[in-house]
Design a protein around this ligand. Structure first.
Ligand code: HEC
Length: 407
């Protein structure tokens, strides 16, 4: 029952999380586009009011004309729309989802069987520490180097190095699936923290100054912009990290940390291409194709690198599946399930509502078993190497010959 309710909680939170993330990323992409597509206003009146950029757009049957003021408008409008709930609700639903799907069952999801020193409480603490420490270090880098003249390349290099170190550590401390997800959660936490600790407070200060008739310091706008630009480069890497944890062959690779770094790098480069493309269309910078090329080359290189290798004939397991032995029957598999699966799929615990301790249950889950064991190589969870190549072949053969459980 607990597992059934947890599955519902996870499904509903995932639904919510995807919806709020679409709203957040959507508005963030829109404002990056808007900012990079502004042109000086044509109308003299607008200039006099302090407008330094405008955009004309047509969407959904209407014409729109957003304008941007240099620092702030002379007077505050009565109704000012703020953008923060998109970000906060994405973080809150994401953290709840992380809790339900990883922290709740930390012994299964967060404890790396290759790292027996790690208890489930320690693993939870370590996972949370990744979220917090990355934010403190990243924020420190921005505070120290971000305000300097030409400080941005230093910030970018340091943040890149920090992400690489964090990814390497996470992939050694946690099972691959959790490590990939945590890297996404870690970057996304800093994105939300940028909104919470810098962008919104800066805007509040500006609004308060306007109301009090004080002159507005442009530093708040500049700082907010800097963090919002960082957020845009984090977006594609974060989405990749979040989605990739459905692909067992990816996160269980021996060098999974390198796989994730390469793919996140490709994501950031591709985002850079799209950001700069707006400027290119207005003749402000050269064509950003080198970024797209770099991203795509890294992507193709990773695809080529990870291609499945044919098993060396000497390393190939004994051909149990040959006709001489006869097709694998349930009798041969019952022992295998009992040894490798029933701890988590038996009377005591039923991960994902799957029980594998009776022929009927095994039959009912045959397709899923085939997917998890043969195609995704995901089970036994957290320790797929416990199953030999030979045992995997038996399951493949059993499934492909009809998944019979009777005599
Ligand atoms: C250490 C515990 C553990 C062991 C051992 C284990 N599993 Fe799992 N199994 C899980 C967990 C946890 C999930 C849920 C995975 C997820 O949410 O991605 C799961 C999910 C599944 C699913 C359902 C997947 C889905 O989402 O539809 C199947 C089928 C499955 N396991 C089969 C097996 C088989 C077959 C074995 C033995 C070869 C096995 N498991 C061994 C923990 C385990």
């Amino acid at each position: 029952m607990e597992s059934y309710l947890l599955d519902w909680a996870s499904l509903l939170l995932r639904w919510l999380h995807v919806i709020t993330a679409i709203a957040w990323v959507g508005s963030s992409f829109y404002f990056v586009f808007l900012d990079s597509s502004l042109t000086p206003p044509v109308n003299e009146d607008l200039r006099k009011q302090g407008v330094n950029g405008e955009l004309w757009a047509v969407h959904g049957g209407g014409f729109y004309h957003p304008v941007k003021f240099n620092v702030a408008p002379p007077r505050l409008p009565t109704h000012l729309h703020w953008f923060f709930w998109e970000s906060y609700s994405t973080w809150l639903s994401g953290f709840a989802l992380l809790t339900v799907s990883y922290l709740w069952n930390a012994d299964v999801y967060l404890v790396n069987p290759a790292n027996p020193l790690m208890s489930s409480n320690l693993a939870i603490a370590a996972a949370l520490a990744f979220l917090l420490l990355f934010w403190l270090l990243y924020d420190g880098i921005c505070r120290i180097f971000g305000q300097r003249e030409k400080g941005e390349p230093i910030v970018a290099a340091l943040v890149l190095a920090l992400v690489c170190v964090a990814t390497y550590l996470a992939c050694h401390l946690f099972p691959g699936q959790a490590a990939f997800l945590l890297m996404g959660a870690m970057l996304a936490t800093s994105m939300s923290a940028n909104v919470f600790f810098w962008i919104i407070p800066g805007q509040r200060t500006v609004v308060a100054d306007l109301k009090a008739g004080r002159t507005v310091d442009p530093i708040h706008g500049k700082r907010g912009k800097q963090r919002s630009v960082h957020n845009t480069y984090f977006t594609l890497p974060v989405l990749f990290a979040m989605l990739s944890n459905h692909y067992g062959w990816l996160y269980s690779h021996e060098l999974n940390w390198l796989v994730l770094i390469l793919m996140m790098f490709a994501g950031a480069a591709i985002r850079q291409f799209f950001v700069m493309r707006h400027g290119y269309l207005l003749g402000r910078n050269s064509h950003p194709w080198p970024y797209a090329l770099a991203g795509v080359l890294v992507l193709l290189g990773t695809i080529a690198w990870l291609r499945p290798m044919p098993v060396e004939s000497s390393a190939r397991p004994a051909p149990v599946e040959t006709a001489a032995v006869g097709p694998t029957g349930y009798a041969q598999l019952a022992g295998l399930f009992a040894q490798h699966c029933v701890v988590c799929h038996g009377a005591a615990v039923q991960q994902k509502n799957v029980r594998l301790d009776s022929p009927q249950e095994v039959k009912a889950h045959a397709v899923q078993i085939y997917q998890q064991v043969v195609q995704l190589r995901k089970m036994p969870f957290g320790n797929p190497d416990a199953l030999s190549q030979e045992e995997r072949q038996m399951i493949r053969q059993w499934f492909e010959s009809g998944a019979r459980v009777g005599p």
